[in-house]
Design a protein around this ligand. Structure first.
Ligand code: ADP
Length: 668
């Protein structure tokens, strides 16, 4: 029946344990893991969402720049304004604009050079030309003029002849025959042929004329120069020929500087740069045109084509086709810079521009094609530092798991502590009820003995002296036991309530101990035992309560007798030793009895505690003797130590520190 109750109790406890700790623990682990994984997923989803948003944002920005360019270019064209001037206002990367007619032929101001290679300049090989040059170097101007005339006759090329005549005019001018020179220049003005340096001889002649006029008639000369520069700028420039720019620049240099010259110089510079790019881009333009791509654009809409150096934008307006060359590297640099700002400089995502052949760097979370603006290019967005992100994530996970585990461990620990406390309380309750049983038993047996022996004496049952004496001995021994027991119980009750009072006196603790040992020697219980007592002569005096110390000694000696009876020996030694807080008087009470297991050596000082050892249990006791010893020693500023080996015996040591002074004076 008891087993059934026990089983039910165990099951109830297990069920409670499961409900109060097991279930919350499991739920904590479950929700912890669910939380950690959903956290992981949320971080990944957030990164992807931000990457997608960043790629869209980047593309929108890119679109905006191109749309802006288109609108600016178209509005200029439709309003009849030139797109050649102020190109930078339209787009930074814009290098040159070409205009084609319906047939695909290049229109002004740039013209495709009809002659790509300069014609052979035969006259350079003529001896007369060389001689003329030598005469010029020697400043023999008449001779030089005559020789240039001769060279002009020798050549069959009209263009070569023009150059020879130009040089002759210059020699005549130097020779002082200005009029002849001027007449010659005037003839040459209509000459369109170019000399070996790419200059139109006609332009050079105009420049010379203007210069000669400048000497005679400065205002007129300046007009001529301005007129020349304007005419050159209004003219169509051939791709691959830079003479016009040089002549115009020279004409401007000859003029006194003014707003006009500054403006004109700016126009020449811009035109020169356009010409430079037109020349550089000519092969690419040819290849675009050759494949007929130029004709693909619709009116008012742009088509983009990428070649090695340029991004060509094509559109039709007013039956003319316009082709814009945007410098590709420049555009790309700018877009790379814009991509770098995606996600912020310290953000966790990064955008990269990826070309048609480039490999995608690292993990890609979002991608956007940049067509039609940058054909075959795309922007990819991914984590800036994937490894770092993974470590961060792993760290977070470890932390989360750690917190869950610690929480579960704390639940387990709390449970352990609580159950230990409950067990202790139960034990103490049991000890208390055991104590009551022990006390009543301890009280009853001496009283019964005393009464029995007293009655026997009263009735005269003890006939001789010897048996009468035995009866008296029992009565004395049992009364001693009774009074010791009552003393202990009263003392314990006082201690428990905190009402125990001490009367401290400074004195020789050795003599108190000696008196106890002496009394124990004659006491009935310890009579049969041999007590060895050692005390040094020069024992220092200490503050102590002699009655309390006697009670301590009586308890220790009676325990030594009780649990060491079979050995028949007790050793008591007083000595002075160096303690933890200075010198102290130590009293060892030694026996060779049953000893105390290591696990119990601390507990024996707890109230009501009695050893579980059956040998110790066979002795009568209440479990408060050592508790009283401990309290009294603490009241003396000292402690009681224990050294014991089961089966070999125990030593209890009282430590009285010399430094102890009663806290409230002698009587407390
Ligand atoms: P008790 O009245 O049971 O002796 P105590 O408080 O004096 O109570 O002692 C507590 C327990 O300590 C005892 O029950 C006993 O098991 C153990 N004990 C005390 N003194 C000794 C000793 N000298 N040898 C062995 N065991 C001892």
């Amino acid at each position: 029946m008891e087993d059934v109750y026990h089983l039910r109790g165990v099951m109830t406890a297990a069920a409670m344990l499961f409900v109060t700790a097991g279930l919350p623990g499991l739920m904590l682990v479950y929700y912890g893991i669910v939380g950690i994984t959903s956290d992981d997923l949320a971080v990944a989803a957030d990164l992807r969402r931000r990457s997608e948003a960043a790629s869209v944002e980047y593309k929108t920005d890119l679109e905006a720049t191109f749309v802006q360019f288109q609108n600016a270019a178209l509005s200029r064209l439709t309003s009849g304004q030139s797109v050649y001037t102020g190109q930078r206002e339209i787009e930074d990367a814009l290098r040159v604009v070409f205009r084609f007619d319906a047939e695909g032929a290049l229109e002004p101001p740039f013209l495709q050079s009809t002659v790509y290679q300069l014609e052979d300049q035969q006259f350079l090989l003529f001896d007369t030309w060389q001689e003329a040059l030598a005469a010029e170097r020697d400043q023999r101007w008449d001779r030089a003029a005559a020789l240039y005339m001769q060279a002009a006759r020798q050549t069959r090329s009209k263009r070569d002849r023009a150059r020879c005549m130009y040089n002759r005019a210059r020699a005549l001018d130097r020779a002082g025959q200005g009029r002849d020179a001027e007449a010659l220049w005037r003839q040459l003005i209509e000459e369109q042929g170019r000399d070996l340096y790419g200059f139109r001889v006609g332009d050079l002649a105009r420049l010379e004329l203007a210069q000669t006029r400048l000497k005679r008639d400065p205002a007129g000369g300046q007009d001529d120069l301005r007129f020349l520069a304007d005419a050159l700028l209004a003219d169509n420039w051939e791709i691959g020929r830079g003479g016009e720019a040089a002549v115009a620049r020279r004409a401007i240099e000859l003029l006194p500087s003014s707003d006009w010259t500054a403006r004109a110089r700016g126009r020449v510079d811009e035109r020169s740069s356009q010409l430079y790019w037109a020349e550089r881009l000519q092969p690419e333009l040819d290849s675009l045109g050759a494949r007929g791509r130029l004709l693909r654009a619709n009116s008012g809409s742009f088509v983009y084509n990428k070649t090695d150096t340029a991004l060509w934008a094509t559109t039709w307006t007013d039956s003319d086709q316009y082709v814009f060359a945007l410098e590709f590297e420049r555009l790309l640099d700018r877009e790379r810079l814009a991509a770098a700002t995606v996600g912020g400089p310290d953000g966790d995502i990064r955008a990269t521009l990826v070309g048609p052949d480039a490999t995608v760097p690292g993990e890609v979370l979002a991608r956007a094609s940049l067509a039609p603006w940058l054909p075959n290019w795309s922007v990819v967005v991914g984590p800036r530092d994937p490894a770092g992100l993974a470590t961060q994530q792993a760290d977070k996970r470890t932390r989360g798991i750690g917190i869950v585990l610690i929480s579960v461990a704390m639940i387990a620990l709390g449970l352990g502590l609580a159950s230990r406390q409950v067990r202790r309380e139960l034990e103490s309750a049991r000890d208390k009820s055991d104590f009551a049983a022990h006390v009543s038993h301890e009280l009853r047996s001496p009283i019964t003995q005393i009464r029995l022996k007293a009655e026997a004496l009263q009735l005269g049952l003890a006939v001789d002296d010897a048996s009468r004496n035995r009866h008296y001995d029992v009565i004395v021994r049992e009364s001693e036991r009774l009074s010791r027991l009552v003393d202990n119980i009263l003392d314990f009750a006082a201690i428990e309530k905190g009402r125990k009072r001490y009367t401290f006196r400074i004195g020789d603790v050795g003599s108190t101990v000696a008196r106890c040992v002496e009394q124990a020697g004659v006491a009935m219980e310890t009579k049969a035992m041999k007590i060895d007592f050692e005390v040094p002569d020069d024992l220092p005096v200490i503050w102590h309560d002699a009655d309390a110390v006697s009670q301590v000694m009586v308890n220790l000696l009676s325990n030594a007798a009780k649990y060491g009876q079979s050995a028949g020996w007790i050793g008591v030694q007083i000595r002075v030793a160096e303690g933890l807080a200075g010198p102290e008087v130590c009293v060892d009470v030694r026996d060779r009895g049953i000893g105390i297991a290591a696990g119990e050596q601390k507990q024996v000082f707890d109230q009501y505690y009695r050893s579980t050892d059956p040998l110790a249990r066979s002795k009568k006791g209440t479990g408060i003797g050592l508790t009283i010893v401990r309290y009294i020693m603490e009241a003396h500023g000292g402690r009681v130590g224990i050294e014991s080996t089961p089966g070999a015996g125990s030593t209890f040591t009282l430590h009285f520190p010399l430094s102890f002074v009663p806290p409230h004076g002698p009587g407390t």
